[in-house]
Design a binder for this molecule. Structure first.
Ligand code: ZN
Length: 684
C-alpha cells in the first residue's frame, strides 16, 4: 500500500523564491504542450523526459528494452480489473477502427468517448471511484454494430465470455455487462458489513465468498514465520470442478503465461545493458520469479531491488499494489521505468541521511518507533514509461517493496516522480481553481509562493520517511487492520509529512526556504480534505478510495479536535464555504497527536479503533457542502482526474548499428491506445 497519488490541490506556480530546487526543471522546454484532450471527468496530459539525451547509449538501450517489457503487461491489468474488460475493449476497438455505424454520428461519437474511457480506466469501472460507468450510446445501436461486425470476428473476441455458450448468448451477456447498472456495479467494494469479495467485480477471485477466501489464506499463513511470503499475491483464487479452492498462479506456463513470457523476453533483451552486476541480478531474479511464480523468489527479487541504490536506471515491473483487492492480498500488474534526477535527489538524500533523527523526534510512543532506521533510500526520478496500473492515471510517488518484514530488515526504496508533478503543475496554471476556493490573499500568496515546493517536500516525507517509519509490535500481522489497513497506512505517511513539513529542521537542512512555507501545504491539505476533493465524488455517494479517505480522516479529525480553540474554521460568505486556519502551530500539534494515535493503531493492530476512525471521519459527506463544492468546481471546467500518455522511443541506426535512441512526444491518445492493443495483445 505504498503509493501516493495526486490530489486535487491547487497547483501553485513556480516562483523565484531562491530555493535551490528551482533549477531541477531548468532543462525542460517551456513551450511544451502538456494538454492532449479532455472527455468526461478526465484530462489526458503529456509528460516530458528531460535529460534523456544525456544518458549513455547503454542506459538508453536499457530503458528501451525495459519499456517494451512494461508495455507487454497491459492486458493483464484489464483482465484483473474485470473478466469482461478485454472482450468489451476488443469489440469496441473493432467497431471503432472499422468505423462501423459511423454514419450515425452522435451514437458513434458516444461510442468513441466510451472507448476512450475504457482505455483510461483499464476497464469498464471508473479508475478511481471503482463504479461501473455506462455507455451514452443506445443498446440498439450497439447491437446493430455487433451484427455488422459479424459473428466470425466476434467468436474470437468473445471466446472468454461464458465459455461453451452460443455466440448469441455471449453477445447478450456482453451487452448486459455493459448496459445493466446493477450487474458488476463496483470493481472494489469496501462497504462495511457486505461480502467484499462477492460484491466486487474484479477478477482476483472467481466464484468464492469472502469467508472462504479468509479461511483459505488464514490456514496458509504461518504467524510464527518472521519472513512470510505475500500470501496470494500473484494468483486468482477459484474452485476446481470438485469445488475445492485452488490458486491459478500468474506465471510462465500458468495464467497470463503468454504476456509473462513476452515480458521475460524483453527483460532478457535488457540484461546485456544492465549497468552493473547488482542490477543484472535484480533482472535475473525477476525473470526467475516470472518463470516459477514462486513468491519466495519474489521476496529475493525485492530484497535485491532494494539493495541496488546506485544504478542510474531503475524500474518496477510486476504484481505490486493491492488496492484493487478489497482484502489487500492480490496485486495488480504495473510497470514504471525511470532514471535518477541527480539534482533533485539531493533533497531526498538529505531526508534519508537524517531518517533516524526524524524517527527519534516524532510524536509517536517510543515503543512503536524503529530503534534503527535501515536503508531508507529515497530519490527523485524522471519516469520514462508508465504502464499497467500506473497508466494513464499514475502515482507521483512510490515506496516499495510492500512486504513489512523486508522493509524492516532491508529498508525500502522511495521515489518522487518529478517530471509528473511538474507536468501537473504546468497543466494547472491559470485554471482558476485557487481563485475560486481560496479567498484570503495571504493564503493565496503563500500557495503561489510555496505550494509547489512544499507539495514536493510533503511527497518526499510521505514516501521516504512516512511509510518507512514505525514498527509493529511482535505478533501483530501486517493485515490486522484488514479493509481499513490501506487508509490507516496512507494517513500515517501523510501525517508524518504534515508534522515535519512545519519543523524548523526543514529550514535548517536547507529543504524549505522559509519557516512559514509549510503553511501553504497545511492550507491546501485541509482545503482538499475538507472540501475540494469532494469534486471527485458523485452526489449521494460516500468516500471510498483509500487516499481520499485518508485525507478526509486527517482533515475532519483535526477540524473537530480543534473546534474549542477555533484552530480551523469553515467560513461561509455569499453562499461559498472557505477554509480558515487561525492557528497553524496548534494545527501542527493536532497532526502530531493524530500521528501518535494512528501509529499506535497500526503497531498494535487495533482493528476496532481503525474502523471507528475511518467510519467516523473518512466516509460520510455533508450533502450541502458537497453540492456547493461541485457546483463551484463545475463552473471552472477543470477535469478532476488526469492521466498521461507515454512518449515513444525509437532506435536510430547507422550502417546497421544502433547509434542512439530518440524520444518523441507526437503520438496521440487513441493512437497510442490502439498501438498498445495491437502490439501487446497478450491475454486470451
Ligand atoms: Zn502512500
Amino acid at each position: 500500500m505504498k503509493r501516493i497519488i495526486f490530489g486535487i490541490l491547487a497547483s501553485a506556480a513556480l516562483t523565484a523564491c531562491g530555493n535551490k530546487e528551482e533549477n531541477k526543471i531548468s532543462d525542460m522546454e517551456t513551450k511544451f504542450n502538456y494538454d492532449v484532450e479532455k472527455f468526461y471527468d478526465l484530462q489526458i496530459l503529456r509528460y516530458q523526459v528531460p535529460e534523456f539525451e544525456t544518458l549513455s547509449l547503454n542506459q538508453k538501450m536499457l530503458i528501451y528494452h525495459l519499456s517494451l517489457a512494461a508495455e507487454e503487461g497491459r492486458d493483464i491489468l484489464f483482465d484483473q480489473n474485470c473478466k469482461y474488460n478485454l472482450p468489451i475493449r476488443r469489440t469496441l476497438e473493432a467497431i471503432y477502427t472499422e468505423k462501423i455505424g459511423a454514419d450515425n454520428v452522435s451514437e458513434f461519437e458516444a461510442l468513441e468517448k466510451y472507448l476512450k474511457r475504457v482505455w483510461f480506466s483499464n476497464g469498464i469501472h471508473h479508475h478511481y471511484s471503482c463504479d461501473k460507468f455506462l455507455p451514452d450510446f443506445s443498446k440498439d445501436f450497439f447491437a446493430e454494430c455487433l451484427n455488422k461486425l459479424g459473428d466470425e470476428k466476434l467468436t474470437g473476441m468473445l471466446a472468454s465470455v461464458c465459455p461453451g455458450k452460443s455466440i448469441n448468448e455471449k453477445k447478450t451477456m456482453l451487452m448486459e455487462v455493459m448496459f445493466d447498472s446493477t450487474l458488476l456495479a463496483k470493481r472494489v467494494n469496501q462497504a462495511d458489513g457486505q461480502d467484499l469479495i462477492e460484491t466486487s467485480a474484479n477478477h482476483y477471485y472467481d466464484g468464492v465468498t469472502q469467508a472462504e477466501v479468509e479461511k483459505f489464506y488464514d490456514a496458509m499463513r504461518d504467524t510464527t514465520d518472521k519472513s512470510p511470503i505475500s500470501y496470494g499475491l500473484n494468483s486468482l483464487l477459484t474452485k476446481d470442478d470438485a469445488g475445492k479452492l485452488v490458486e491459478k498462479v500468474w506465471k510462465s506456463g500458468g495464467m497470463y503465461g503468454k504476456a509473462i513470457d513476452k515480458i521475460v523476453g524483453h527483460l532478457k533483451d535488457a540484461l546485456p545493458y544492465a549497468e552493473n552486476d547488482k542490477q543484472k541480478h535484480v533482472i535475473d531474479l525477476l525473470i526467475e520469479f516470472y518463470n516459477t511464480g514462486d513468491l519466495k523468489k519474489f521476496d529475493e527479487y525485492s530484497i535485491a531491488w532494494v539493495a541496488d541504490s546506485t544504478s542510474k536506471i531503475d524500474f518496477v515491473n510486476g504484481f505490486i499494489e493491492t488496492y484493487g483487492d478489497p482484502l489487500g492480498l492480490k496485486a495488480s500488474w504495473e510497470s514504471i521505468v525511470n532514471f535518477k534526477n541527480e539534482k533533485a535527489t539531493k533533497r531526498t538524500e538529505v531526508l534519508s541521511e537524517n531518517a533516524q533523527w526524524f524517527e527519534d523526534n516524532s510524536p509517536v510512543d517510543t515503543k512503536f518507533k524503529k530503534k534503527e532506521c535501515k536503508g531508507v533510500t529515497a530519490k527523485v526520478i524522471t519516469t520514462a514509461i508508465l504502464a499497467g496500473d500506473c497508466y494513464p492515471a499514475t502515482p507521483i510517488g512510490i515506496n516499495l517493496p510492500n512486504a513489512n518484514w523486508i522493509r524492516e530488515t532491508y529498508g525500502s526504496k522511495s521515489v518522487t516522480i518529478e517530471n509528473i508533478t511538474y507536468a501537473y503543475d504546468q497543466a494547472a496554471k491559470g485554471n482558476g481553481f485557487k481563485e475560486e476556493f481560496v479567498d484570503n490573499d495571504a493564503d493565496k500568496e503563500m500557495i503561489e509562493k510555496y505550494g509547489y515546493i512544499t507539495d514536493n517536500i510533503h511527497t518526499d516525507l510521505h514516501e521516504c520517511l512516512g511509510h518507512g517509519s514505525g514498527q509493529l509490535l511482535p505478533g501483530v500481522s501486517q493485515d490486522a487492520l484488514k479493509a481499513y489497513g490501506a487508509t490507516i497506512e496512507e494517513a500515517r505517511a501523510d501525517l508524518f509529512g504534515l508534522y515535519y513539513a512545519a519543523d524548523p529542521k526543514m529550514v535548517e537542512l536547507g529543504l524549505l526556504p522559509s519557516a512559514e512555507a509549510y503553511k501553504a501545504e497545511y492550507y491546501s491539505y485541509l482545503m482538499n480534505g475538507l472540501m475540494t476533493q469532494l469534486v471527485r465524488i458523485n452526489l449521494g455517494d460516500q468516500i471510498e478510495e483509500a487516499h481520499m479517505r485518508n485525507r478526509a480522516l486527517i482533515a475532519h479529525w483535526v477540524y473537530e479536535k480543534g473546534t474549542a480553540d477555533k484552530v480551523v474554521e469553515l467560513e461561509k460568505r455569499d453562499g461559498k464555504t472557505y477554509v480558515k486556519i487561525n492557528d497553524y502551530s496548534k494545527l501542527r500539534v493536532l497532526f502530531g497527536n493524530l500521528l501518535a494515535e494512528i501509529q499506535r493503531i497500526k503497531s498494535e493492530g487495533d482493528f476496532e479503533a481503525a474502523r471507528k476512525l475511518v467510519e467516523n471521519y473518512a466516509v460520510n459527506i455533508d450533502p450541502d457542502l458537497h453540492k456547493e463544492i461541485k457546483e463551484r468546481y463545475s463552473k471552472l471546467n477543470i477535469s478532476p482526474y488526469k492521466g498521461f500518455i507515454n512518449p515513444t522511443y525509437e532506435l536510430v541506426e547507422k550502417d546497421g548499428k544502433i547509434v542512439d535512441v530518440k524520444v518523441d512526444y507526437k503520438e496521440g491518445y487513441a493512437e497510442q491506445m490502439l498501438r498498445y492493443s495491437k502490439a501487446n495483445n497478450n491475454v486470451d
